[in-house]
Ligand binder design. Structure first.
Ligand code: ADP
Ligand code: MG
Length: 397
């Protein structure tokens, strides 16, 4: 279901590397991810429910004998280049930080990498909370290990590699959810993932024909995400430490119950709010899953709404634009529920909308949101796709 077709990838390769023969080209695609529910629970050892989407990043790759990797992206001007025999690492402030992070992590783990020319083409909005960074990391981890037979254990290793690359070499302390979804997702299914144990279950997540998932980009570039994200992580750690010092046996915040948090409410009201979001959101993940499994789609919308309110009021990661989408959509007929998806502070929301009212919903929301915020929202359908894979595998290397 890759949205970047093979002719586009061939053309991108020829454009990026006119001097390299494309005779022995290999093609791969990594999807973006939409988290249905379970926001900021992953680094608290909780449940998440992401799915891969049809939009993503494609790679056209030609492997070669010389020990150098060249990477170009149709969306960005710079070339990333690294000599594998004498790798030199730079402090990039542009997109090259991602390929460098993946190469660096692979080398740190002792992998031997092939020389390659890699051209990237994407239709996934960047910085929108649809995890283009995890998509590029998983995609490059995938194509730079061309001899691997990508079974289940290898895909789990790929997710861990991509997370380590982002944590250690990009400097973003993200959890494993995005990389896990992009590495292991299956079409039509969401992944109910326990981020503490990494055990998961696939859950059918395609709504009945009368309903439709709708992804809405606020048009607001995300700002301060990395620093606010780190701040929330630190607050969660403080909350857990406090609870443990006061007798809680939980090893991670998601494992606490609401009654465990009572004493924290008096002592540390802000930490209590953060912890309350994590605990209630974790319960909502299971509840929303059950609702989908039992075809109780009427309940699914209500859980989306509750999740947004908790992220707005207790976790404080939504921001004006996402909250405006939330408020306006609740007044438009046919919207069953909407929540921010991704880390927050701008980026995208996910709504569940009645199919026969979808056009009307989008038209009304676009007009009123533009008037309120000055931004034009972008609407995307959500077709639930599979994880990173070859479109055309390499023949010989
Ligand atoms: P998100 O993961 O929500 O999209 P991030 O800020 O974490 O937002 O990652 C976005 C960054 O990932 C981009 O600014 C760019 O550096 C890199 N990136 C995403 N897509 C591509 C692409 N197609 N080619 C090169 N770099 C990309
Ligand atoms: Mg990212």
């Amino acid at each position: 279901m890759a949205s970047i077709d093979s002719p586009t990838l061939y053309t991108t390769f020829r454009h990026c590397f006119p001097e390299v023969s494309s005779e022995k080209i290999a093609l791969a695609f990594a999807p973006g991810r939409v988290n249905l529910i379970g926001e900021h629970t992953d680094y608290n050892g909780g449940w998440v429910l992401p799915a891969a989407m049809q939009l993503g990043i494609g790679a056209a790759v030609v492997y070669h004998e010389s020990p150098t990797i060249f990477i170009r992206s149709a969306q960005f001007a710079e070339t990333f280049q690294i000599d594998l025999q004498q790798p030199v690492f730079h402090s990039f402030s542009d997109w090259r930080i991602y390929p460098q992070a993946v190469v660096r992590q692979l080398l740190a783990q002792g992998h031997r990498l092939p020389g390659a020319s890699i051209a990237l083409h994407s239709d996934l909005p960047t910085g929108a909370g649809l995890s283009s960074s995890a998509a590029i990391e998983a995609l490059l981890g995938f194509v730079l290990q061309p001899l691997v037979a990508w079974g289940f254990p290898e895909r789990v290793s790929l997710a861990k590699l991509a997370q380590a690359a982002e944590n250690q070499w990009v400097g973003m302390p993200c959890g494993i959810m995005d990389m896990f979804a992009i590495s292991l997702a299956q079409p039509r299914q969401a992944l109910l993932l326990d981020c503490h144990t990494l055990s998961f279950e696939l859950v059918e997540a395609v709504p009945p024909p009368s309903l439709s998932w709708c992804v809405i980009h606020t048009g607001k570039p995300r700002r301060l995400v990395a620093s606010k994200y780190a701040e929330r992580r630190a607050e969660c750690e403080l909350a857990l430490n406090w609870l443990q010092e006061h007798g809680a046996e939980a090893t991670h915040l998601s494992a606490c119950s609401l009654s465990d948090l009572e004493a924290l409410a008096q002592a540390e009201p802000l930490l209590y709010q953060r912890a309350k979001h994590v605990v209630t959101e974790n319960l909502r993940v299971k509840a929303l899953c059950q609702a989908m499994q039992r075809q109780r789609w009427d309940k699914v919308g209500a859980y989306l709404t509750q999740s947004h309110l908790s992220l707005r009021d207790d976790y404080a990661v939504t921001g004006v634009e996402l909250d405006t989408l939330f408020e306006l959509s609740s007044r438009i007929e046919g919207c069953r529920g909407l929540r921010m998806t991704g880390a927050g502070f701008g980026g995208c929301a996910l709504a569940l909308v009645e199919q026969d009212k979808l056009t009307n919903f989008q038209t009304h929301l676009a007009t009123s949101y533009q008037l309120s915020t000055g931004f034009d929202p972008v609407f995307m359908s959500l077709e639930i796709a599979g994880g990173v894979d070859w479109v055309l595998p390499p023949h010989t290397i």
